[in-house]
Design a protein around this ligand. Structure first.
Ligand code: FES
Length: 178
């Protein structure tokens, strides 16, 4: 059994989440969000989805449909820190590809994006790099989100420094981007 299998969300936890939201509006979405949040690597693993499907009597295909429709659901293990680079037109024009290239020095990252992936996680599960189509803040391009905080007009120097700090897990320094 690997680290991810060991870190599956306990069925008792899933039962508790399901019973707390049973019959409420938006039940499935909320339950899935909480299961993801309860996961050590912040993702929805197959066995948890199968268990949820039988527990709430919703076809597994529908659960996966929801998980793939909403970008905040992860179907792969996530890193401790997440960097999301906007690849929309405005951000692209202002150099977001350069920012992504700066992050692509992480081993395996370039290959993942070149092969069409929109997400990459380092082997040590320290950093996840993702792209997004638009944050809706085009006037502030290029835009990057780090651990849920949005930063505008991000430069190549800043992203390199940020990466350095995240790799060293220096939380105090890494958020001085804006
Ligand atoms: S294109 Fe990047 S925020 Fe809209």
């Amino acid at each position: 059994m690997n680290a991810f299998e060991e870190s599956r969300v306990n069925t008792t936890v899933i039962d508790e989440i399901v019973s707390r939201h049973r019959g409420k509006p938006g039940e499935l979405l909320t339950v899935m969000e909480e299961i993801q949040e309860a996961s050590e690597f912040k993702f929805l693993d197959d066995s948890s989805m199968e268990y949820l499907s039988s527990s709430v009597k919703v076809p597994l295909s529908q659960i996966y449909g929801v998980a793939t429709f909403y970008s905040f659901f992860n179907l792969k293990p996530q890193g401790k820190h997440t960097i999301i680079v906007c690849r929309g037109t405005a951000c692209h024009t202002k150099g977001s590809k350069i920012l992504l290239d700066d992050l692509s020095i992480l081993p395996g990252c370039k290959e993942a994006f070149d092969s069409g992936e929109s997400s990459f996680t380092t082997e040590d599960k320290q950093i996840t790099v993702k792209t997004v189509a638009c944050f809706g803040q085009c006037a502030l391009a290029p835009v990057v989100a780090v651990d849920g905080v949005i930063y505008s007009n991000v430069t190549s120097e800043q992203i390199k420094k940020l990466l350095e700090n995240l790799q060293e897990d220096n939380k105090d320094e890494n958020l001085r981007l804006s």
